[in-house]
Design a protein around this ligand. Structure first.
Ligand code: C2E
Ligand code: MG
Ligand code: MG
Ligand code: MG
Length: 285
């Protein structure tokens, strides 16, 4: 911080807000061109079943990145909240979903092996009256099964409009989609949500995994979540698994699936093919 900023923190604060405001305006202004120009990239992160040894590749999560010509690679945390506020996120999501469905079909043809991939559904998507139709089109246009594309709905969407979300989830599950509750435990409505939402999979937020190696309390909380999920017959994906120690503790606690840097960061489609290739070899041998 410059000396003058020290003397006048308010000025620094206002400047920061202005910078952020300008940055957001730039991203908003650049969005349409970025879509038309194909600047969004879909990365894939594997999810492994840790109940078997070696762990089995079960699915992946599609995660968007923006390869901006001037600003470089922009992570979703920077632009998703911005585009969620005004509904523009539906344009980005549509692109990501279509790209993902095409990729799943392509991999199926190439490897004779269908790896289901989950996509993220944003709060704004839930208010789109065409959502169900958009999702169904992904399946029919690409010759997929409904179980090939899984839907991750963030827990915080529940607090927005629980009734609407409940109706939507009922419809989507009846059609054949699987619903994963994302970031479970990060919001304040977690337990309410569990008792009323018919979901298939619970994704335990990474904040519950981070400290299990050095905090007895966190370890107990993690086990408690697994217990609750087990009682409700939900399978659990632990997010943000980075170390072998975390993996071992989760396995000992009977967690079903994990996702995290320990196995891989999200990678572009061509790099992800290596994971599919390895898995296929393991399954046939
Ligand atoms: P999420 O859906 O909970 O996705 C998991 C996030 O955790 C990803 O961040 C992933 O890179 C990160 N992660 C995975 N393993 C680890 C780990 O071991 N350690 C740490 N520290 N992080 C890990 P990413 O890709 O930056 O995405 C952030 C969030 O942005 C996502 O959280 C999701 O809410 C949203 N998002 C990403 N792609 C899309 C999209 O296509 N559409 C929508 N609507 N939201 C998206
Ligand atoms: Mg997710
Ligand atoms: Mg998550
Ligand atoms: Mg998250």
């Amino acid at each position: 911080m410059a000396r003058s900023d020290f003397r006048n923190p308010l000025r620094k604060y206002n400047e920061d807000i202005l910078k952020k405001e300008l940055f957001d305006q730039k991203l908003l202004g650049d969005l349409r061109n970025a879509l038309a120009d194909g600047q969004f990239r879909v990365y894939y992160q594997p999810k492994y079943d840790i109940r078997s040894e070696p762990p089995r590749l079960m699915s992946a999560e599609a995660l968007v990145r923006w390869e901006h010509p001037e600003l470089g690679m922009i992570p979703p945390g920077t632009f998703i909240p911005l585009f969620e506020g005004n509904g523009l996120i539906t344009l980005v999501d549509n692109y990501v979903w279509e790209e993902t469905a095409k990729q799943v079909a392509m991999w199926r043809n190439k490897f004779r092996f269908t790896l289901p991939v989950s996509v993220n559904i944003s709060r704004a998507d839930i208010f789109d009256p065409d959502l169900t139709e958009r999702l169904c089109r992904l399946i029919t246009n690409n010759g997929l099964e409904y179980c090939d594309i899984k839907l991750e709905v963030t827990e915080s969407a529940y607090s927005q409009d629980a009734d609407r979300l409940l109706g939507l989830i009922h419809t989507l599950r009846k059609i054949g989609f699987e619903i994963e509750m994302d970031d479970f435990g990060a919001g304040y409505s977690s337990l309410n949500m569990l008792s009323s939402m018919p979901i298939d999979v619970l994704k335990m937020d990474m904040s519950f995994v981070r400290n299990i190696e050095n905090s007895e309390t966190d370890l107990r909380l993690m086990k408690l979540i697994l217990d609750i999920a087990g009682n409700l017959k939900l399978s659990v994906v632990a997010e943000g698994v980075e170390t072998e120690g975390q993996l071992k503790l989760l396995r000992d606690a009977d967690c079903d699936l994990v996702q995290g840097y320990y196995f891989s960061r999200p990678v572009p489609a061509n790099e992800f093919e290596e994971f599919i290739r390895k898995e296929r070899e393991q399954r046939v041998s």
